[in-house]
Design a protein around this ligand. Structure first.
Ligand code: UD1
Ligand code: MG
Length: 457
């Protein structure tokens, strides 16, 4: 982070056209907000100053919850009198604003900006007073148009443009870097004599001044979000950007248009089938297969693991070469050991499975520890909750638990022990022991007819 640069993020607007209950900076963009993306790409660039206005408490709460370790300073713009007024409010409020050689201005509603774009602007401003990021837009409606001059340039807003000016296709992205002294000199001279009656930041760019537009080829990075349609476009672009990155890193994505993956942490040789959702916080190793329709949130999946269709993970770890699913749920705190197998219709919560554990069908494992090479039969249940508290089930290594057993926790089963099928276990079982807890079978010859009922016609 440079001590030389202040980044001012304009986030006071309401975002009326989004029709959401939250102010625009907090509009959801998969499991984050619009504002988080701008902060992510700019927070290593310089000291952040956030201009808040509409529902500022909500924005400030969001920042203190999610960005507590980054120093972000708030400036409250009570009335939104335009982008120029927002920057003037910043200079009024922040005493040390003059001490930064450069001031970058960015908008909270452009989530696809990258660190690279910020770096290019910083490079370009050397020896100049200001640089404005621009791009070509064949349908420039709504954007400020760039009027290049022999020296310097001006920006004319849509509402104020003549028909001829509206034909200009080079547009203002809303991202700028200024030498702070230049910005301050001009910000107090702005007026609101325009069709919107607003103080335009864009009026600080002048003909004959040492200011320049810097045109970027990839206009997608500057896409703004003003309505729900644009939000969906940005969401798709963000996803496509990640998928392109993954493809170029040796990850096979079978159907990119139907894969919802936001993490960049997926190793070479892994394969993603369609309709999977993997969030930004998840980490997937090499040669992992994730079949159709899996949801993976904040989880780690190590090399060679195989996740079968329609499984759902939250805050879970799947170690090397393990396989999970189909239709398995790993809830927070689940750790599936190396080479273990968790099969269909199994739910695991806050439990650690050792290496090569078999837990293949129709089970609930909560608050448990299961040792290496233990095999659990079908229909196993840890009865971990007594209505008030949760209790632990501990099972050692190389044990065998027959099908349809329940463990009434707290309970401990030793290593190399054997629990007969259909047992309800409520007492500890030591190492090497056999335990069975079910009624003995009674069989009466020829007695079935007493119980078989025939329907009256
Ligand atoms: C602005 C630019 C336009 C550019 C476009 C790119 C001006 C005058 N025009 O227009 O040239 O092409 O961005 O998207 O700057 N905000 C405040 N306080 C205010 C007003 C706005 O914080 O008083 C914030 C908004 O929340 C938003 C940003 O500033 O994040 C931009 O404001 P907006 O009204 O969206 O400007 P545009 O009309 O899009
Ligand atoms: Mg805008």
């Amino acid at each position: 982070m440079s001590d030389n640069i202040s980044v001012v993020i304009l986030a006071a607007g309401k975002g009326t056209r989004l029709s959401l209950d939250v102010p625009k900076p907090l509009a959801p963009l998969h499991n984050k907000t619009l504002l988080d993306y701008v902060l992510k790409s700019s927070h290593s660039i310089g000291r952040i100053h956030l201009i808040t206005g509409h529902q500022k408490e909500l924005v400030e709460n969001h920042i203190s919850k999610n960005w507590s370790d980054s120093k972000i300073e708030f400036v409250h713009q009570k009335e939104q009198l335009g982008t120029g007024h927002a920057v003037r409010t910043y200079f009024d409020a922040i005493k040390e604003a003059d001490s930064y050689k450069y001031t970058i201005i960015a908008c909270a509603d452009t989530p696809l900006l990258t660190e690279e774009i910020f770096s290019k602007l910083i490079e370009e401003v050397s020896g100049k007073k200001a640089v404005c990021a621009t791009f070509e837009e064949s349908n420039p409606f709504g954007y400020g148009r760039i009027k290049r001059a022999e020296k310097g340039f001006t920006i004319v807003e849509e509402k104020d443009a003549t028909d001829e000016e509206r034909e200009i296709t080079e547009v203002n992205s809303g991202l700028y870097i200024f030498e702070t002294s230049y910005l301050k000199e001009h910000i107090y001279g702005l007026d609101d004599n325009n069709k919107s009656g607003e103080f335009y930041l864009t009026d600080t760019f002048k003909k004959d001044a040492n200011v320049t537009p810097l045109k970027f080829e990839d206009k997608n990075c500057f896409l703004g979000v003003n309505d729900l349609y644009q939000l969906s476009v940005v969401e798709r672009k963000l996803k496509n950007r990640r998928i392109k990155f993954l493809l170029s890193n040796g990850v096979r994505v079978i159907d990119p248009s139907h894969t919802y993956v936001y993490t960049e942490n997926i190793g070479k040789g892994s394969v993603l089938y369609p309709n999977s959702y993997i969030d930004e916080e998840s980490k997937i190793g090499q040669n992992v297969t994730i079949e159709m329709g899996c949801t993976i949130k904040n989880s780690v999946i190590e090399d060679g693991a195989y996740i079968k269709a329609h499984s759902y993970f939250t805050d879970a770890i799947v170690r090397k070469d393990a396989s999970v699913g189909p239709m398995a749920q790993l809830r927070p705190g689940s750790e599936i050991g190396i080479g273990s197998k968790v099969g269909n219709f199994v739910e695991v919560k806050n439990s650690k499975l050792g290496e090569k554990v078999g837990l293949s069908h129709l089970s609930y494992v909560g608050d448990a520890e299961i040792g290496d090479k233990t095999n659990i039969g079908c229909g196993f249940i840890t009865c971990n909750y007594d209505g008030a508290n949760k209790h632990k089930t501990i099972i050692g290594s190389e044990s065998f638990i027959g099908s349809d057993c329940q463990m009434i926790a707290p309970v401990e089963i030793g290593s190399k022990s054997y629990v007969g099928s259909g047992s309800t276990i409520n007492q500890n079982v030591p190492d090497g022991a056999f335990a069975i807890a079910r009624e003995r079978q009674v069989t009466k010859e020829n007695m079935a007819k007493k119980f078989i009922k025939t329907k009256k016609k």
